[in-house]
Design a protein around this ligand. Structure first.
Ligand SMILES: [Mg+2]
Length: 348
């Protein structure tokens, strides 16, 4: 079989500037990959490169021709293991670029079989957890408004970005606006270990569920210090990039937070999930700010997760793709029941 491939950059303004402890983003630059078979069935996948992991839209575009050559060389969209291995042989880094190709090939393979990906994997859509909706850093009054808006829109699980000298004020504002919401917080590496332990005790008193990445990934002993003393469960995000990281975080956190843009593909994502389970960790899947060309694929993994944070496309002013219905936070995998990842151009 001959496969035809291509890609294009999509620049998507955000609904509002999005700030975390590391900085502010006003636009998401994704690269959408297409892989088509000779009958014209087309799979799509998105790359949402993150500068934190050394990628930009330009680095994705630079490496995609070689990655797509590898896909054409393998030639069989059902040879998912061979394709991901080939992609890793071409470049060991560039995980967002590889993820886009992996997603597109998975989408094509499942479309050719006429099933949604979760069906191909034998998963029960009713096992999917709710996704959280993320509240970025902002002026305290804006954070209060954003939390109230999220609750009004039906979201019952909120993830609040922290890592400022106003962390307590921000949580009090969110709690005030969303007294019944399930709250999680993400410090994006901004705290010292001692500060993280103190803040976790205070956050436990505000009925927060868990704390994500309290300290820098470069400080694994600090993560262990926090884990051993924290009043709340600890999730590892920046500390957990691929399956190879799981053994090292197993005695330093409670929850492994994977992302397709870190694992570099759907098979590696499922390996992270399996490795985390084998080490007794709970599993979460997060995302970057990304189009449904990739979020829809992460949503297909939802029945394997304890926690989902798949709101990346909800932060866009407009998504050129539609995907799995996440209205009010429920991941409705079976609702549209489309073959593949469920991603479609919004114009279709
Ligand atoms: Mg995070």
């Amino acid at each position: 079989m001959s496969l035809e491939t291509g890609f294009e950059r999509v620049s998507m303004p955000l609904e509002a500037p999005f700030t975390i402890a590391r900085g502010t983003q006003t636009e998401a630059e994704n690269v959408v990959v297409r892989v088509a078979d000779d009958a014209g069935t087309t799979g799509v996948g998105g790359a949402a490169p993150s500068a934190h992991y050394g990628e930009t839209a330009a680095t994705v575009e630079a490496v995609l021709p070689a990655l797509l050559d590898a896909v054409e060389r393998v030639g069989d969209p059902h040879a998912l293991h061979a394709i991901e291995a080939e992609l890793r042989a071409v470049v060991n880094g560039n995980p967002a670029a590889r993820a886009a190709v992996s997603i597109a090939v998975h989408d094509l393979a499942a479309k050719r079989l006429g099933v949604p990906l979760y069906r191909l994997w034998g998963l029960d859509p009713s096992d999917a957890p709710m996704t959280s909706f993320t509240i970025g850093l902002d002026e305290t009054e804006r954070v209060r408004e954003k939390a109230a808006d999220a609750v009004a829109a039906g979201y019952s699980v909120l993830k609040v970005k922290l890592g400022t000298d106003r962390d307590r004020e921000l949580i009090d504002a969110v709690r005030d606006a969303a007294p019944d919401a399930r709250l999680r917080v993400d410090a994006n590496e901004a705290w010292t270990p001692k500060e993280a332990v103190e803040k976790s005790a205070w956050l436990a008193g505000r009925d927060v569920e868990f704390v994500e990445q309290p300290v820098p990934a470069e400080n694994p002993e600090g993560l262990r210090y926090v884990y051993e003393r924290s009043a709340l469960p600890i999730a590892a995000d920046e500390s957990c990039v691929t399956a190879a990281d799981v053994p090292a975080i197993a005695d330093r956190c409670d929850i492994a937070n994977l992302k397709l843009m870190k694992t570099g593909g759907l098979l590696e994502a499922r390996r992270v999930i399996a490795a985390a389970r084998a080490h007794g960790l709970a599993v979460m899947c997060g995302c970057m700010i990304e189009s449904n060309a990739s979020i829809a694929a992460a949503a297909q993994l939802a029945p394997l997760l304890d926690y989902a944070d798949l709101d990346g496309s909800l932060l866009l002013a407009e998504d050129p793709y539609e995907g799995v219905d996440l209205a009010d936070g429920e991941i409705r995998l079976a609702d549209r029941d489309r073959a593949g990842t469920g991603a479609r151009p919004a114009s279709e």
